[in-house]
Design a protein around this ligand. Sequence first.
Ligand code: GLU
Length: 422
Amino acid sequence: MTPVPIQNEENPFEAMLFRFDLAAERLGLDPGLYQILKVPDREITVSIPVQMDDGSLKVFTGYRVQHSIVRGPGKGGVRFALSVNLDEVRALAAWMTWKCAVVNVPFGGAKGGVVCDPAKLSMSELERLTRRYTAMIMDLIGPDRDVPAPDMNTNPRIMAWMMDTYSMHMRHAVFPIVTGKPLPLGGSHGRIQATGYGVGLTTREALYRQGLDAKACTAAVQGCGNVGSVAAESLSHLGIKIVAISDYQGGIYDPKGLDMTRVRAHLHNNHGLLEGLDEGERITNEELIELDVDVLVPAATENVITSQNAGKVKAKVIVEGANGPTTANADTILEEKGVFVVPDILANAGGVTVSYFEWVQNRLGFYWDKRDVNSRLEKIMVTSFQEVCGMADRHDVTPRIAAYMLAVERVAEVHRLRGIYA
Ligand code: GLU
């Protein structure tokens, strides 16, 4: 494979398209279907007026993009961040289409976002923003149409407000309108841990495939939010020594292994931040990526492994907890170095898989215990991992391109069967 590097390396939509193009070419995808899947089905931009606590009015920009709803309702989180932009939301929506298809859950792909800094909003401002955003995307969402969930800087509290706002308009409680809800509102056991746990499961499978003994491996985890912290815990349970972990400000590193019980307790008592923890030496997030470890888990944000630093990565296995942590230009460098990359659309699919379980439980009105949830999740993650590796072996492509091929083929198949409504 000799991919031409993309110009705007850090544009996530271009990064997504680049991999999609490679997969489509390998599959010999019909040109008509290629055109359909290349662009989002539907996108909406909303201007969200919010009354601030001091009485002033502020207008925030929000988006909801549905990339594809051919396999089922759109599915995907809502992120609140200053960096949110339409191309990012488009990429994230498409990644949801591919992710749901890789794990074969009956959803399409969607994503939402609001340009804001939630740390600068009071609880009541955040609530008004969430409710008004929900009301403004109401034409698009619905339990059978498009089901939002948490993503960066959003959480079960925010999902509860979204569920309540939608339900007030519908005049009855509509639980399956969002996933990632608090347990008393129809949330699922294991949903909060699901993404990180799934990262642990795919790491286990990747090490096994590469003939590496987990107990002899070290790992660095970038991010200690919902995904990174649980991923680090899952990796420790496998016997992997965690030597570094970071938050958005930077990380800590101890080649002898961090005391993860202490790290966890500190994060728990310190709003998920490492600041003030006297453990290991301080390193930057850039240094963490280049550490001499066996396993690297980027579980924070996009574009952290680029053409600039991919050559310096020493890990043998990368497991992408975040969406889009590796740029398309970095893919080629990692492939040449023989790094085994478990791509985001497989590695972090545990979250949406348990979101699917939550949606199913809401619709059935019958709830499962944590053991049920986790054993079903394990089965799906392991099967999907094997299917992706099977595709990679058959076509002699990287696991990333294999995951795209598996996903694109599944989505294309449904399009072929349904036909085009004229
Ligand atoms: N935001 C998560 C993701 O990127 C979860 C989406 C969902 O559960 O719908 O996969």
